[in-house]
Design a protein around this ligand. Structure first.
Ligand code: B12
Length: 216
């Protein structure tokens, strides 16, 4: 995919007509573009441009909301292909966007890629209070927990959630974190077991962490 196709994706995310993004993604699928490329080189790249414009004050929340709606519709179309090679469950994974934060596109992608990689995924949604993470861990006994945060304010909430989990359980699940403002060093600082910069890394990281756990 080239510079021009990014422009099509950008325009499709900005369009009030949902059918524009749908037909663009369908056309890419018909032309045998790999779904991972549609995702990373098309949809995510276009959303990055929208993020930059939002930051610069060139567009506003309603336009970003519209882009998020369109992005979800595009992802829905490639989901079946991304989930095609499903294998038996590798482990149980609970994920949520932490309290105060309603961004869910990245979290949903991580959920989807983890499902595709064979994990049983329990998605707690957005704006999840720490008590809900504790309750879900108690009920579901997951191998891994994923925390997502997109705001510099809510990434601090991750630290509290991790502390709370570690205080509550004598053998806590592995905890991984991610989201645009999160970094490897921040993850280490708040006591996470790992940091994933994108959904593919989340899968690789989870595979690695669970393998290490099994080997003691
Ligand atoms: C879409 C969007 C919105 C939409 C969200 C819609 C939705 N359903 O999610 C709406 C309009 C609701 C919104 C609202 C707000 N937003 Co906003 N938003 C964005 C935007 C443009 C894109 C985010 C996105 O979806 N990216 C695409 C996905 C695929 O990427 P991602 O989320 O980073 O996820 C990937 C990785 O980070 C990673 N990952 C994510 N989670 C996890 C979890 C784990 C465990 C792992 C391993 C990996 C991982 O994998 C994902 C896939 O590759 C960003 C800009 C940006 N650059 O991030 C701003 C941005 C995050 N928003 C911002 C702001 C300020 C806000 C508001 C406060 C605006 C306002 N004035 O109201 C509100 C806050 C609402 C709230 N309480 O949460 C700022 C944050 C600034 C800051 N420093 O904190 C940003 C950075 C824009 C900016 N540059 O100013 N926003």
């Amino acid at each position: 995919m080239n510079q021009e196709s990014i422009r099509y994706f950008y325009e499709a995310l900005r369009d009030t007509d949902l059918s524009v993004v749908k037909s663009l993604v369908k056309r890419c699928i018909d032309e045998q573009v790999h779904p991972i490329d549609i995702l990373h080189k098309g949809l995510i790249r276009a959303m990055e441009i929208i993020g930059q414009e939002f930051k610069a004050g060139q567009i506003w929340v309603p336009e970003v909301l519209l882009a998020a709606r369109n992005m979800h519709a595009g992802i829905d179309l490639i989901r079946p292909q991304l989930l095609k090679d499903k294998v038996r469950s590798k482990g149980k994974f609970i994920i949520g966007t932490v309290k105060g934060d309603i961004h869910d596109i990245g979290k949903n992608l991580v959920s989807m890629m983890m499902t595709g990689a064979g994990y049983q995924v329990i998605d707690l949604g957005i704006d999840v209070p720490r008590e809900s993470f504790i309750q879900a861990i108690t009920d579901e006994k997951p191998d891994l927990v994923g925390l997502s945060a997109l705001l510099t304010t809510t990434m601090l909430e991750m630290k509290d959630v991790i502390q709370y989990i570690r205080q509550t359980f004598s053998t806590p699940p592995k905890i991984i974190v991610g989201g645009a403002p999160v970094t490897q060093s921040f993850a280490r600082e708040i006591g996470a077991d790992g940091y994933g910069e994108d959904a593919t890394t989340a899968v690789e990281l989870s595979n690695r962490l669970l393998l290490r756990g099994e080997n003691g």
